[in-house]
Design a protein around this ligand. Structure first.
Ligand code: G1P
Ligand code: ZN
Length: 559
């Protein structure tokens, strides 16, 4: 009979979950006991409820996934977990994990992903714990997990369990006289069933297939060799009548085919070019774990995620789920452009501004105050689960197109006519040296919080900006009153334009600086964002001395 073995171990430094879980190079996870320590600490952080519990386990298909799934099975068995629901081949998208946790009311789940970071032996892996509401663990839980990793002396494991995770089925093991069950579940079934409840699939199918009166709405859906491949196959090819020419890269690969599985204009350039060249009305791409989305229209007309959020907010009534639940409030992360705020105002709904990271939306959703939210970083989602959801966002967009009969560009232009336009761009300076970036943030915080900065005048490109407010953003959760400090430096000008700067919390090495620029125009709505925002970008570079501190004269990625 398989039985528990207690293994002595010592703590590793730096097992602190970032914006979204613990992300490190694969080689770091491969160190002796490194992964075991972290998994044991997750279970210990739940020690009051772990015995007899059920957990969901799955990830995005990247290198190391299957090995870590096996470790989780063995360590869970030793810690008294009663049942694991594991995606076949270890595959579950992040929103699917959230869906399954909620559907089967489990204690939580362990998501194995480094999201949009590259995969493969020389790249990243990640482990994230989600709670019983289906959402990423809040700060107090991740802090507790981190504390446990600094004190860990032993972990428990059942080395003799061998579970065939490639084969669907229910596998019972007798461990120390208890029954421990692993259910290998279909990776897509529960999620697809749910999508069919949320959306009107026949309408989307009619859009994609066309009719005598209307030609097919030609979509190109790009999974970037990430986890959404099997979901796209089932939903688009088998349910919605799309054909092979409508999908791309739908086979998950351990290294995402060597690409960076991040759906933005730089890393999803293949999709952008294909839509530009081809006769496509719509293009979409997802990241490695399927929670991010990018939407483009005909000729690769780009929809910024901030606008995508605002457009969906204004059109939720076309979606059956919201017809049933009603529309509660909206929310966005602080750096996200404020376009959705205007929709909230028009519709008389609450709007919340939270720190970067999906975990900050969960409490508001659980309290019934939030229906739709998003981040500028290609994250859009609703209270149907507690993660952002790429496939959901595409189905939502197709529902709006089907209901309005308009093209993506027409939808946007009409939105801007009604609400004005928040021009937005983000500059990423990836993998800079950490020390000078930290110095820059310290320098900038000091500068913008000194007396005299508010009211100061900044001129560039014929434009003049007067500082109205400048701070390091902090947030008090309206539901549990928990406080998150130092969430990004922001400078807000009299005309509502904003400069935001923060350091990434998801990188696995070095520092990534993110510079966000948001500027509102009531009537001049069809300009080019980079041209429109140039004066404010120059002001930001000047105030922050970013180029001197980072040694970079251009960003790695411009969105
Ligand atoms: C980034 C995004 C953030 C998102 C997170 C997880 O975090 O900026 O909006 O929630 O990835 O997908 P960052 O690297 O900026 O800390
Ligand atoms: Zn992701």
């Amino acid at each position: 009979m398989p039985s528990t073995v207690v293994v002595n171990t010592t703590p590793y430094e730096g097992q602190k979950p970032g914006t979204s879980g613990l992300r490190k190079k694969v080689k770091v996870f491969l160190q002796e006991n490194y992964t075991e320590n972290f998994i044991q600490s997750i279970l210990d952080a739940n020690k009051d409820s772990i015995v007899g519990s059920t957990l969901v386990v799955g990830g995005d298909g990247r290198y190391l996934l299957k090995e870590v799934v096996q470790k989780i099975i063995k360590i869970s068995a030793a810690n008294g977990v009663a049942k694991l629901l594991v995606g076949q081949h270890g595959i579950l998208s992040t929103p699917a994990v959230s869906c399954i946790i909620r559907k089967y009311k489990t204690l939580g789940g362990i998501v194995l992903t480094a999201s949009h970071n590259p995969g493969g032996i020389n790249n990243d892996f990640g482990i994230k714990f989600n709670c019983s509401n289906g959402g990423p663990a809040p700060d107090n839980t991740t802090n507790e997990i981190y504390k446990l990793t600094t004190e860990i002396k032993q972990y428990k494991i059942v080395p003799d369990i061998d579970c065939p995770i490639d084969k669907l089925g229910v596998y019972d093991f007798t461990v120390d006289d208890r029954t421990f069950t692993v259910v290998i579940i279909d990776s897509v079934n529960d999620y697809v069933t749910y999508m069919k409840e949320i959306f009107e699939f026949p309408k989307i199918k009619a859009l994609i297939q066309g009719s005598d009166q209307r030609k097919p709405f030609n979509v190109l859906i790009d999974s970037m060799h990430g986890v959404t491949g099997p979901y796209v196959k089932r939903i688009f090819l088998e349910e919605l009548g799309a054909t092979e020419s409508n999908v791309s890269r739908i086979n998950p690969l351990e290294d995402f085919g060597g690409a960076h599985p991040d759906p933005n204009l730089t890393y999803a350039a293949d999709l952008v070019n294909a839509v530009k060249k081809g006769d496509f009305d719509f293009g979409a791409a997802f990241d490695g774990d399927g929670d991010r989305n990018m939407i483009i229209g005909r000729d690769a007309f780009f929809v910024t995620p901030s606008d995508s959020l605002a457009v969906l907010a204004n059109n939720l009534h076309h979606i059956p789920y919201f017809q049933r639940t009603g529309i509660h409030g909206y929310a966005r992360s602080m750096p996200t452009a404020a376009a959705v705020d205007r929709v909230a105002k028009k519709n008389g709904k609450e709007i919340f501004e939270v720190p970067t990271g999906w975990k900050y939306f969960g409490n508001l959703m659980d309290a019934g105050r939030l229906s739709l939210c998003g981040e500028e970083s290609f994250g859009t989602g609703s209270d149907h689960v507690r993660e952002k959801d790429g496939v959901w966002a595409v189905l939502a967009w197709l529902s709006v197109v089907a209901a309005t009969g308009r093209s993506v560009q027409e939808i946007l232009e009409q939105h801007w006519q009604e609400f004005g336009r928040n021009y937005f761009t983000r500059y990423d300076y990836e993998e800079c040296a950490s020390a000078p970036c930290n110095e820059m943030m310290t320098y900038l915080e000091k500068k913008i919080t000194e007396t005299g900065f508010v009211g100061s005048v900044h001129t560039s490109g014929g434009k003049t900006y007067v500082v109205k407010l400048a701070d390091n953003f902090s947030y008090m959760d309206p539901i549990d009153q928990s406080v998150a400090m130092k969430q990004g430096l922001r400078i807000i000008f009299e005309d509502g334009s904003r400069i935001v700067m923060r350091l990434s919390g998801t990188g696995s090495s070095g520092a990534t600086v993110r510079l966000y620029i948001d500027s509102y125009e009531a009537s001049n709505v069809t300009g080019d964002a980079q041209v429109m925002l140039k004066p404010l970008i120059d002001v930001a570079l000047d105030i922050s001395k970013l180029q001197a501190y980072t040694g970079r004269d251009a960003p790695t990625v411009i969105t």
